[in-house]
Design a protein. Structure first.
Lengths: 117, 112
């Protein structure tokens, strides 16, 4: 069982280039998330998808777009990369709404380290 | 002021010490509390969760919640070098929300 798989693990971009981070989960989870983690800032939510077909902005959505391709896959796109987007990006998934049956636990991938020069 | 405050550390302790990690929060809507552990260059993993005030114990780990003081703690007994990691608190509001608010994380170093 792979859990949450992110690709690529490392990427170096030049300012203005575009790229897509891919994420797939094999746990049949409803909800998926994209976070960025910067030193001293903790985890900040970029976008999330409560269920297949829906996406919503999180705390820091500017400069990013997302696509919930199907229940398994949730991609994050940087249209015109900027040095401020240098970060470690984590994809996560969860069963979904916190109904007391589900703990609301987030399952994270191993991260994608992006450097924008 | 952030909704959730967590001292980033680093916190350096000798092997065998009792470790106390803490988060404070300002929003009384938070009802569910989790602790995640993140090893270097890895994604966070759930360590413990609790829904109510009081203590919850799991082996060497104890999670403590005081809703009246808006204060949560994670205690680690007999700390080991393998406990060296960053510990993040995560708080969920009630009402079916599935979006947690994370603390910034505390870096813990347990030296032999």
């Amino acid at each position: 069982n792979a859990g949450v798989t992110q690709t690529p693990k490392f990427q170096v971009l030049k300012t203005g280039q575009s790229m897509t981070l891919q994420c797939a989960q094999d746990m049949n989870h409803n909800s998926m998330y994209w976070y960025r983690q910067d030193p001293g800032m903790g985890l900040r939510l970029i976008y999330y998808s409560a269920s297949e077909g829906t996406t919503d902005k999180g705390e820091v959505p500017n400069g990013y777009n997302v696509s919930r391709l199907n229940k398994r896959e949730f991609s994050l796109r940087l249209e015109s990369a900027a040095p401020s987007q240098t970060s470690v990006y984590f994809c996560a998934s969860s069963e979904g709404p916190f109904l007391g049956v589900s703990t609301g636990e987030l399952f994270f991938g191993e991260g994608s380290r992006l450097t924008v020069l | 002021q952030k909704e959730v405050e967590q001292d980033p550390g680093p916190l350096s302790v000798p092997e065998g010490a009792i470790v106390s990690l803490n988060c404070t929060y300002s929003n009384s809507a938070f009802q569910y509390f989790m602790w995640y552990r993140q090893y270097s260059r890895k994604g966070p993993e759930l360590l413990m969760y609790t829904y109510s005030s009081g203590n919850k114990e799991d082996g060497r780990f104890t999670a403590q919640v005081d809703k009246s003081s808006k204060y949560i703690s994670l205690f680690i007994r007999d700390s080991q070098p393998s406990d060296s990691a960053t510990y993040l608190c995560a708080l969920y509001p009630g009402g079916g929300s599935y979006i947690p608010t994370f603390g910034r994380g505390t870096s813990l170093i347990v030296h032999p």
